[in-house]
Ligand binder design. Structure first.
Ligand code: CMC
Length: 432
């Protein structure tokens, strides 16, 4: 029971209202306003949820000022170095890191779900060859709802677990198929002798005529991208998944809604934007011109991959991704490649420039993950789909947490109405 309270007073004669204040394990306290309307007849106004905790959650914690990101209490720096993606997925889903036996069992379960129903492959033929992979993902992941009537009872934890496993296992297959469809190559079946990320790279880069031999440095790099993007608290796409799920919608439909939200350039599209920007700058000699444009208030141009809404001192994921970026460029001998040379020069110049230093505009995770994915041979238009693959773990864990929460209600925000006051319809012939 909360002992802290907050009192809201009104200057229009309404009586003051005392509200409980709730404390979490970490982070700011929250004022529990659930009874505010009943007690006072007012709503709160918070577009963009800048000051609203929309749920209780025990999954991810972020302290943007200190540059802290924890999954289930574990710092991202430790998870990224000591675990692989499926271990992190297990942690996010279940709350604890797996033992060796639990991990083996989880890996085996995921492997058993990697293939998609053969009928599902026909959906792809309905898309144009140049369909954006995110358009394909929104459609095909939503369409999974039509295939799994055997486990659609969302009140049954066992059914929820099966859906989570299916989604985590099939997202790489569906994403790689979107790529193969774009380039006109046959779909590659999953190889269950490979680990999760190596298998994804096989489905991307192998053909029926040529095997893909996984390079451990490159597989580890992509695996790290997946770990760093697996969850990020109540961001726009996660909140979308929760809101869609609050009506009782099935998990495939909810994840498809999350994918749609992630597609927006203000959310998952930044790493793609980094590559477009580097291509536009084109040469080290033009960096000065673009830095000048980024500082010009009358020019809408911003340096993509710099700055963050939450991490105001540094993005802990960016530090890890930077390391990976250099490992990959070394492994592939790409440090002298024009695009990557340009990226490194831009990073150096921006980090030393007073404008960026003063405003704490450091390269964010997307700056480096865009470069890494490009070096791995992943086409730019697939970057957000890979983000969706990783974030599926967070989305489904958050969805599951919401369904199990006894305080969960259908999401139904109210509004500050600014339209016409009530009026009467005038017959059409009498309207001026
Ligand atoms: N290039 C140039 N100036 C910038 C940039 C940038 N990338 N980012 C912020 N600024 C300036 C901005 O003009 C403002 O200057 P002033 O105080 O003189 O008016 C100041 O820095 C603060 O900017 P803001 O817009 O108030 O900061 P914000 O927290 O609203 O924006 C941001 C954060 C990420 C939207 C922004 O930094 C940005 O647009 N960055 C480029 C896009 C990008 O890389 N996005 C990916 C973020 S990571 C995604 C994830 O975590 O999933």
């Amino acid at each position: 029971m909360s002992t802290k309270t907050a009192t809201i007073t009104f200057n229009d004669g309404k009586p003051a209202v005392e509200l409980p204040v709730l404390s979490g394990t970490l982070g700011p306290d929250v004022v529990d306003i659930r009874t505010l309307y009943a007690k006072s007849g007012v709503f709160t106004y918070d577009p963009g949820f800048m000051a609203t905790a929309s749920c209780r959650s025990a999954i991810t914690y972020i302290d943007g000022d200190k540059g802290i990101l924890l999954y289930r209490g574990y710092p991202i720096e430790q998870l990224a170095v000591q675990c692989d993606f499926l271990e992190v997925a297990y942690l996010i889903l279940n709350g604890e890191l797996p033992t060796r036996a639990q991990k083996d069992e989880f890996v085996s379960i995921i492997k058993k779900h990697t293939m998609v129903h053969d009928q599902l492959t026909r959906f792809y033929n309905g898309f144009r060859r140049d369909a954006h992979p995110m358009a394909v993902l929104v459609g095909v992941v939503g369409a999974l709802s039509a295939f799994y009537h055997d486990a659609m009872d969302i009140s049954d934890q066992y059914h929820r677990d099966i859906s989570a496993h299916r989604l985590i296992a099939k997202l790489p297959t569906i994403t790689a198929m979107a790529y193969k469809y774009n380039v006109g190559q046959p779909f590659m079946y999953p190889r269950n002798d490979l680990d999760y990320t190596a298998n994804f790279m096989h489905m991307m880069f192998a053909t029926p005529c040529e095997r893909y031999e996984p390079n451990p440095v490159l597989v580890r790099a992509l695996d790290r991208i997946l770990i760093l993007h697996a969850d990020h608290e109540q961001n726009a796409s996660t909140s979308t998944v929760r809101l869609a799920g609050s009506s009782g919608a099935n998990p495939f439909a909810c994840i498809s809604a999350g994918i749609a939200c992630l597609w927006g350039p203000a959310h998952g599209g930044a790493n793609e934007a980094v590559l477009h920007m580097l291509e536009e700058i084109g040469d080290v000699s033009r960096i000065g011109e673009y830095i000048k444009r980024a500082k010009d208030k009358n020019d809408p141009f911003r340096l993509m991959g710099f700055g963050h809404r939450v991490y105001k001192n540094y993005d802990p994921r960016a530090k890890l991704m930077r390391e990976t970026c250099h490992e990959v460029l070394n492994e592939l001998g790409l440090h002298d490649h024009k695009l990557f040379k340009l990226a490194m020069a831009l990073e150096k110049i921006a980090l030393e420039d007073e404008y960026f230093v003063e405003r704490k505009l450091y390269p964010n995770v997307d700056f480096y993950s865009g470069i890494v994915q490009s070096a791995l041979g992943i086409p730019t238009r697939l970057f957000t789909a890979i983000f969706a693959m990783a974030r599926t773990v967070g989305w489904i864990a958050q969805w599951n947490e919401m369904i199990s929460d006894p305080e969960q209600k259908i999401g139904r925000p109210r509004q500050l109405y600014t339209g016409a006051a009530q009026r009467d319809v005038v017959p059409i012939g009498q309207r001026g």
